[in-house]
Ligand binder design. Structure first.
Ligand code: NAD
Length: 269
């Protein structure tokens, strides 16, 4: 990955995770600047990670080749409006703000942007993210590669060719950690009903989930259905549990939930 002069506007959880991942993968801390209000609890970042920090968004952008917009979505208009003196033409801009379209970001900036929009998910905070990326058509291959490598610092990436496909990424990955949390929560509750204390119930469930996910990752050529069949003996306990899921149409429930997530994302556009 090229070591371009890189500025983060906003230095919260997501920016901090990406910066830590980049430095871990050899990106020079001296090439990274994080801008956030001086009163921000994140201002200790300089001592922690060795990067430059500043409260001056404008100066931080002017000195950058790449600007990552990492403030909360509701602050984005105000932040971009204060940056109208930036010459955006020769910079790559990467927005990780949920739900703000490329054309809205450009309207807020008052100019065309060389823009990649990213939809990360929460496991990015522990280096296991899944990010969807969309580049506006003017973005060069070099800039696409750079943006992809940036998000690979906190996990895996998936490019989409149309901005609307970001909504599918939201349904399948962005919102998905919560689906798994919900499923695990239900399992923990039932394990407690069966007599385990909450700590033990959680350990049983979380290790089963982690092990299952790692088996999926370790066997990319084996379909999920086959993996399921391989752990399901005919007439056994697993088959009995799966029968209950199927009788209650688990496939339909999941499909409806994901469709609801897409519909909501469309309404929020
Ligand atoms: P956060 O609240 O942890 O961080 C926001 C940062 O912005 C803070 O450092 C704050 O001090 C700073 N800030 C506030 N006002 C500012 C200003 N005027 N100029 C510069 N900086 C300012 O938020 P986060 O969780 O890191 O989220 C950042 C972005 O990432 C959001 O747009 C969010 O939609 C997106 N995102 C986050 C997650 C996640 O899992 N955390 C997932 C998907 C998308």
């Amino acid at each position: 990955m090229e070591h371009r002069a890189l500025t983060f506007i906003g230095a919260g959880n997501m920016a901090r995770s990406i910066i830590a991942g980049l430095i871990q993968s050899g990106y020079p801390a001296s090439a990274i600047t994080a801008a956030s209000p001086s009163a921000s609890p994140n201002s200790g970042l300089q001592a922690e990670l060795g990067i430059q920090t500043t409260a001056d968004n404008l100066a931080a952008c002017q000195g950058a080749e790449v600007v990552v917009l990492a403030v909360k979505p509701q602050l984005m208009a105000q932040v971009l409006a204060s940056l109208t003196d930036v010459d955006w033409q020769n910079k790559l801009v990467i927005s990780i703000a949920a739900g703000i379209h490329a054309d809205r970001l450009m309207a807020m900036a008052g100019t065309k942007l060389n823009l990649v929009r990213v939809m990360p998910n929460t496991p990015s905070l522990v280096g296991q993210g899944m990010s969807g990326l969309y580049a506006v058509p003017t973005v060069s291959n070099e800039d696409r590669d750079y943006a992809g490598a940036l998000m690979q610092a906190v996990g895996e990436i998936c490019w989409v060719n149309q901005e609307s496909d970001i909504n599918g990424v939201i349904a399948a990955a962005g919102s998905a950690p919560a689906y798994f949390f919900r499923f695990m929560e239900a399992m923990q509750q039932e394990a407690m009903q069966q007599g385990f204390d909450d700590h033990t119930a959680r350990r049983l469930v979380q290790q089963a989930a982690l092990g299952a996910a790692q088996m999926v990752v370790a066997n990319p050529d084996i379909g999920l259905g086959t993996l399921r069949e391989q752990v399901t003996s005919k007439g056994g306990t697993t088959a009995e549990a799966l029968r209950v899921f199927d009788e209650n149409r688990i496939g339909d429930i999941v499909a409806q939930a994901m469709q609801a997530a897409v519909s909501r994302a469309e309404q929020m556009e």
